[in-house]
Design a protein around this ligand. Structure first.
Ligand code: PA5
Length: 430
């Protein structure tokens, strides 16, 4: 069955005083794409995430493990402890596809899949509240850290262990690097089931490894659809034709805007479910591209909520942004506004319209207003918000980030700027 296609619309980007030369940059983009795919099996290149769409064995293995775990009916909750790239991708998928209200649904509505909480910070109030709210003996703990010894991950894990006492490790699964680090050592000693993150997949590029897939699958998402989604996205990313390569179009639009002085990149989906997805993107873009005093600053916005907030700044503040809108063409389980016009003539305006459709009309209207003020913006449209399309958009954004790094002449896979503060914290603790 034809699932439809993700589309990108540049009509509000061109004609906005940005010097562009998409055709002229085609050879450079082509060279970057070839270089990426040629390096995907080299350890030091950190491009192993390009192998993930084709690792069907890994997807099958994770789907089977999670089915077995759910069939045993031992657990009701999943608590994911991890930070940054070891948490945000899973949050993006789960909130995006299960909605932020998943854990409030009944077990029947969840079809037996687990509720989920994340601890991704050292906020003592949150750690205490999450742990005291859960039925701890019915909780599966998923501890995720590529390095295996991250402070913000190890500390809540130790607190949870103390709260549960002797059986804690029997209720754990670790996701880490094979053969290295504290979690791997502990996992081996205590016989904890472990899933591995390939060494050449960096944290913020790891959502389609067990880091994102295991929580997704335990909470009822169809990870085989995710695999199909990113496999199709990967085929598009190899495309040399700049009219169809969505990642290349995003990267070039971002690059030319940045070169024209627009040093803020706003990602603005029209859906509350995609708030965490934007947080995931902000980390991906910022940590990959903010180097050598270069890089456009990512900014999160949500439509229509931010039409009553940041849009004022986008419309009439400094013209220093490229706004990337994200539209869901057909909203799932849409609602129809009831006709109460017999109570007031003013209510006639809304009667019988679909809510999702009104949301999309607001998006179109916002774009029109921005266009009239020469505020450049691009539009990505996904046919529906589901596993297949959300994972595709995420993959295109990963690829676009790496291409942008290439255009800026920086390495998108390291993060020297976050290491120094980590070092100082450890020094202060000791
Ligand atoms: O993208 C990155 O590399 C970082 O955001 C890491 O994911 C984050 O620092 C967590 O690291 P780790 O998975 O080693 O605990």
């Amino acid at each position: 069955m034809d699932k439809g296609k993700i589309k990108i619309d540049l009509s509000n980007y061109l004609n906005n005083d940005i010097k562009t030369d998409f055709a002229g940059y085609q050879p450079k983009i082509l060279e970057a794409i070839n270089k990426l795919y040629n390096s995907k099996d080299q350890m030091e290149a950190m491009t192993g995430w390009l192998n993930l769409p084709h690792d069907k064995k890994m997807y099958k293995n994770i789907a089977e493990t999670s089915k077995k775990t759910l069939d045993e009916k031992k657990y009701e909750h999943l608590l994911v402890i991890g930070i940054g790239g070891s948490s945000l991708g899973a949050q993006a998928l789960l909130e995006g596809l299960n909605t932020p209200l998943w854990s409030r649904l009944s077990k029947g509505k969840r079809k037996g899949a687990l509720t989920i909480d994340f601890i991704d910070n050292l906020d003592p109030q949150i750690i205490r509240t999450v742990l005291s709210r859960l039925k701890l003996n019915k909780t599966l703990f998923l501890i995720i850290s590529k390095g295996g010894g991250t402070l913000e991950t190890i500390v809540p894990m130790l607190i949870a262990k103390e709260w549960i006492e002797e059986d804690f490790y029997k209720q754990c699964i670790f996701v880490t690097t094979e053969g290295k680090g504290l979690l791997y050592k502990l996992g081996n000693e205590k016989n904890i089931p472990m899933f591995y993150i390939p060494e050449n997949v960096g944290g913020r590029y790891s959502v389609f490894s067990p880091v994102g897939l295991l929580p997704a699958s335990l909470c009822g998402l169809d990870i085989l659809e995710i695999q199909k989604g990113i496999e199709d996205a990967d085929n598009l990313c190899r495309e040399v034709n700049l009219k169809t390569n969505i990642a290349a179009i995003i990267a070039l639009s971002a690059y030319f805007s940045y070169a024209s002085g627009k040093n803020i990149f706003v990602l603005m989906p029209y859906s509350t479910c995609l708030k965490r997805f934007v947080d995931w993107f902000v980390q991906l873009w910022a940590e990959s591209l903010g180097k050598n005093t270069k890089g456009s600053t990512p900014l999160s916005a949500i439509g229509a909520t931010d039409q009553h907030s940041q849009i004022q700044m986008f419309n009439e503040g400094p013209n220093d942004k490229l706004i990337c809108f994200l539209k869901i063409n057909k909203h799932k389980r849409d609602l129809v506004v009831p006709d109460f016009s017999f109570e007031s003539e003013e209510l006639k305006l809304y009667a019988n319209h679909k809510v999702g459709k009104i949301l999309n009309l607001e998006l179109d209207a916002t774009r029109k207003a921005l266009g009239e003020r020469k505020r450049p913006n691009i539009l990505i449209t996904m046919p529906e918000l589901n596993e297949y399309f959300l994972s595709q958009v995420m993959y295109h954004l990963e690829f676009a980030t790496v291409l942008m790094g290439n255009l800026l002449g920086i390495n998108p896979f390291d993060q020297p700027g976050v290491e120094l503060a980590k070092k100082y914290t450890k020094e202060a603790l000791s």
